[in-house]
Ligand binder design. Sequence first.
Ligand SMILES: Cc1ncc(COP(=O)(O)O)c(C=O)c1O
Length: 366
Amino acid sequence: MPVPLLDLKRDVVAHRDEYLSAIARVVDSGTFILGPEVEAFEAAFASFLGAKHCVCVNNGTSALYAAYLALGIGPGDEVIVPANTFIATAEAASMTGATPVFVDIDSATHHLDVQDLDRVVTPRTKVVAVVHLFGMAADVAVVKAWADPRGIVVVEDTAQAHGAILADGQKAGTAGAIGCFSFYPTKNLGAFGEGGAAVTDDDALAERLRAIRAHGATTQNRHETFGTNLRMEAFQGALLGVRLLRLAAAAERRRSIAARYRAGLAGIPVALPPDVGARHVFHLFVVTTDRRDALKEHLASRGIGSAIHYPTACPDQPVYASRGIAGTCPNATAAAARILSLPMFAEMTDVEVDEVIDGVRSFFLA
Ligand SMILES: Cc1ncc(COP(=O)(O)O)c(C=O)c1O
């Protein structure tokens, strides 16, 4: 039986009427950019996270870009970024004119290796970006304990971890100065197109973020700061509001799928994601094996989808490797050759999960 890596249509089919009535509300309102629907979602998402402010933008990359700009990052500054992340964490820093500096990852968690921070810090370091990769809340408190005394600001890239709980009980995205979210359709909280948000408890930062997303305007036609057009469309706000209501239940289902994988893959020579309860919302279920490419092929031959997040560590990407930094984060380079994301989405059936387990077991036990 084929099993897709992800199937976005199942949720849409199940809740079609709710989505269509949200769309109709926007059509009837005649307000298509920002406005009451986006404001209502901002309030709901801030309350869900326990954050004071939520500023919605047009995608997750924009959330990071606006966050770095709001913190005053620009040419001459350095932003520390974990070597295994989606390129946007680094790219948004480059867009401000700053330089992303890559820190290696911890091979067990795939999060930034706090032990490696001293190697990469310089007097120009202004920000360290913590990425809650794969949906697992990283240990922000430990990074803050390193960063705070140095006057370095922590930004959380929470694009993959909506609702994940940090070790101290706070939601991921609310412990650093600014938390950045993506609502790309495949994310745990996905829009029907592009979307993103930056959240913060700091009133002044929130005001700057709001200005940056609208051409730097603080009031109409008054531009006090540099900005651009990063505004969210009203359709996305209305639809995200509907999806937010089911986010916690979907995370629970993802954790139960992960538990089923964990039980079914016990004794198989693959490293499984850490078992950390509500710290993980399993945006992705990533296993690690030296035989990754052959396993991927074997699963494909059975019609089972899989993917690699990400096949090349950021410092090894041509756009950054041209700086002569390829290979400077060996754990990330090694992980990129060994990681494989198995099918994971809340609407997956247990039968499908068992099919994937059977596919992986048949590869190793053949
Ligand atoms: C870790 C991470 N950061 C940033 C982004 C960028 O978000 P977007 O695609 O919405 O611009 C993504 C998602 O693609 C991501 O996974």
